[in-house]
Write a protein that binds this ligand. Structure first.
Ligand SMILES: C[S@@+](CC[C@H](N)C(=O)[O-])C[C@H]1O[C@@H](n2cnc3c(N)ncnc32)[C@H](O)[C@@H]1O
Length: 356
């Protein structure tokens, strides 16, 4: 199994963006963007898109998912394909990933961590250094850097010796982990996406009355900063103090309120009440910390609330036995039209019909 992003909406992104209707002049703000799967569908439909996540690695994944050819010319490197070719041609160089996340860690920190083979870890170290050099020398701009980092993380995911997340590594090597790591250029659509990207706590993401905001918060106790710690380190290219068998980087400062059962309802309510957007779409799950009825009840304070069940999503399945049980998670989207806009809608029959 490769890497799975917990809570990814890739399989239901079209249905979610359907609820937003066609682009209406405002921005589609994906404020917990994760992999960018939902923002990508919105961009494909012509929305101007804002992506945000508290994890820098997720923001780069999201930008990578939504840019078009017009966003990333790689003019100083001879084009996107040439840049990827140069990345793949680097000479491996043992750096931090090699020291901490390959079996070489046994000599370095006394724990043998088998996230990557030594050869792949050294290659990833060298690729990350090359992207940093390009950035420091002004050879790439910030959007091109996001895209290359997204591609690099995808390459790492392809050879990671894990079962779904970076929460732990496997004892025995999988056949994919033994392959040589390689960056594969992605298909880029013929367009220039209007994209704004930020790494912020969701409460600090600005919205205007023109915008449609999509909130897809964590709904269980799993903290993304811990489960995807290695992507954060690859993305940052830094050398944090890591410890324990799994080599976790310090992650607590990024712990999310939405992942604590005792804080989740209050955080969700404050979030929706605090936005200025003309329409709010909030994804949640019947398996989440907050009961559906409590959530709907709390959000009616913000405006008119409509509950949209989204098709059953196959549950994140870490092993064959769980797969066989075929359990599903019941996802839904709560649409909130803030109070002040219910008045405005009377004068806007077209927009009002689109959201009915
Ligand atoms: C359910 S995932 C989003 C999945 C995304 N819609 C997708 O399809 O890939 C939740 C995301 O919220 C981010 N997150 C958690 N707490 C946050 C906060 N307080 N502010 C911003 N982002 C946060 C996590 O890092 C994670 O990427």
């Amino acid at each position: 199994m490769g890497v799975r992003y917990i809570g990814s909406k890739a399989r239901v992104a079209e249905a979610i963006v359907d609820l937003a209707g066609p682009p209406d002049g405002g921005r589609f703000v994906d404020a917990f963007s994760g992999t960018g799967a939902v923002a990508a569908v919105a961009a494909n439909r012509g929305w101007a898109v804002t992506v945000n996540d508290s994890l820098p690695s997720a923001v780069s994944m999201s930008v990578g998912a939504i840019v078009g050819l017009g966003n990333v010319s790689f003019a100083r490197l001879g084009g996107y394909f040439r840049a990827v070719e140069m990345l793949n041609a680097v000479t491996p160089h043992a750096g931090f990933l090699h020291a901490e996340y390959s079996p070489a860690s046994k000599h370095h920190s006394g724990v043998e961590r088998k996230y990557f083979t030594e050869a792949n870890a050294a290659k990833l170290d060298a690729m990350r250094s090359l992207i940093r050099r390009w950035d420091s020398a002004g050879e790439i701009d910030v959007t091109e850097e996001h895209l290359l980092l997204a591609d690099l993380m995808q390459a790492a995911n392809g050879v990671a010796n894990i079962s779904g997340t970076y929460g732990c590594f496997l004892k025995d090597w999988t056949s994919t982990a033994l392959r040589s790591v390689s960056v594969v250029p992605r298909f880029l659509p013929q367009r220039t996406t209007d994209v704004v990207a930020s790494v912020k706590d969701v409460f600090a993401v600005p919205t205007t009355t023109q915008d449609t905001v999509y909130f897809d918060p964590p709904y269980t106790k799993r903290q993304y900063s811990a489960y995807y710690h290695l992507l954060e380190t690859l993305h940052a290219g830094d050398s944090p103090d890591v410890g324990g068998v799994t080599g976790l980087r310090p992650w607590q400062s990024k712990a999310s309120d939405f992942s604590y059962k005792t804080r989740a309802l209050d955080a969700l309510t404050r979030l929706v009440l605090g936005t200025k957007a003309s329409r709010v779409l909030l994804s949640y799950s019947n398996e989440g910390h907050v009961h559906q009825a409590h959530l709907v009840n709390a959000l009616t304070e913000a405006g008119s609330v409509t509950l949209h069940p989204i098709q059953q999503i196959g549950r994140y399945r870490p092993n064959a036995r769980a797969s066989a049980s075929g359990d599903t998670v019941s996802e839904y989207v709560i649409e909130v039209m803030p109070v002040q806009l219910n008045v405005a809608a009377i004068n806007e029959p077209i927009r009002s019909a689109a959201t009915a």
